[in-house]
Ligand binder design. Structure first.
Ligand code: CP
Length: 321
């Protein structure tokens, strides 16, 4: 594995999940692999889970880790070429990424989308420039359009908790007060569509009209606009809000009942409920679900470590070749 950006960076999904679960069983068995290697984690946006789980994963592999919160501690970054930098930006991504590549063997980058410039966001302008200029492997810690470490985690969690060979998985849109990126649902859908192709799950997406994801992320999924219909016989419900892709970044007045509650849970096959976190209680997901026996959210967050560890392990192994 060279970079980690999307599901396309993994061939056999069950194989990577099983490798992650073997790391969970023996976290320190590869301590020599990362010895004298440095991971740099670059955050342009806030994080709790991604930051800590990726650090822990790297340390368990014997790596040294450096973290920079570019939004607070770094120089204001210019990403556009051909501009005279006489405004607020102080350092160009060309130099900043290249310098970080001098200090690190692997870099991780988190950068959220603008939700204003659809073309720049969906061409992954910043992530691609960072890869181009840093000269070392790059792991996405969530980019404008995807959150692959989260999605790999979600597949690990589904595999661990499934009661049938091919569970029914539902991605369920949920209410929110802010316009949120499509990165998590895009990525979850992309990974579940591939998992469906590989015979691992059956996948349904439920959202109100207007919240259709970009088609390339939902190819093969059943897509419905009736949550109750989607929930019938569901084994896993993945709750997440997102803003409109087609009417980019827009949020519409809420119509219908999209909050996942125990009443809605009763429509399912005793489904386990997932969310990437952070979650706004009783806005995006009900407290009765979060505090109830069907919630997987904390175990899911715990599995972030093994997703990060298997990805870093594979990249370290490719560096040795
Ligand atoms: N799920 C997730 O990525 O959490 P953080 O934003 O806290 O890293």
């Amino acid at each position: 594995m060279e970079n980690f950006f999307s599901v396309a960076d993994v061939d056999d999904l069950d194989q990577v999940v099983q490798e992650a679960l073997s790391l969970k069983a023996n976290p320190y068995s590869w301590r020599e692999l990362g010895k004298n290697k440095t991971l740099g984690l670059v955050f342009l946006n806030p994080s709790l889970r991604t930051r800590l789980s990726t650090q822990k994963a790297a340390m368990s592999l014997g790596m040294d880790v450096m973290v920079i919160n570019m939004d607070k501690e770094g120089w204001a970054l210019e990403t556009q070429d051909g501009v005279i930098m006489n405004g607020t930006t102080v350092e160009h991504v060309r130099e900043a990424a290249a310098v970080m590549g001098e200090y690190c063997d692997i870099l991780g980058l988190r950068s959220f989308p603008s939700l204003k410039d659809k073309v720049a966001d969906y061409t992954e302008e910043l992530f691609n420039k960072f890869v181009k200029f840093c000269g070392v492997p790059v792991v996405s810690l969530e980019s404008a359009t995807r959150h692959p470490l989260q999605s790999l985690t979600d597949l690990i969690t589904i595999t661990e908790h499934k009661k049938v060979a091919r569970p029914k998985v539902v991605l369920a849109w949920a209410p929110h007060v802010k316009a949120l990126p499509q990165a998590v649902p895009n990525s979850f859908s992309e990974w579940m569509c591939e998992a469906q192709k590989q015979g691992l799950v059956d996948f349904t997406v439920a959202h109100p009209t207007g919240y259709e994801l970009k088609e390339e992320f939902t190819t093969g999924a059943r897509i419905v606009s009736d949550l109750d219909d989607a929930l019938a016989e569901a084994d896993f419900v993945y709750v997440k809000n997102w803003s409109s892709y087609h009417d980019y970044g827009q949020v519409y007045p809420l119509e219908g009942d999209w909050l996942m509650t125990n009443k809605k849970l009763a429509l399912t096959n005793d489904a386990r409920v997932m969310h990437c976190l952070p979650v706004r209680r009783d806005l995006e997901l009900s407290s009765e679900i979060l505090d109830g026996p069907n919630s997987l959210v904390v175990k899911e967050a715990g599995n972030r470590v093994w997703a990060a560890q298997v990805v870093l392990k594979r990249i370290l192994e490719s560096l040795k070749k």
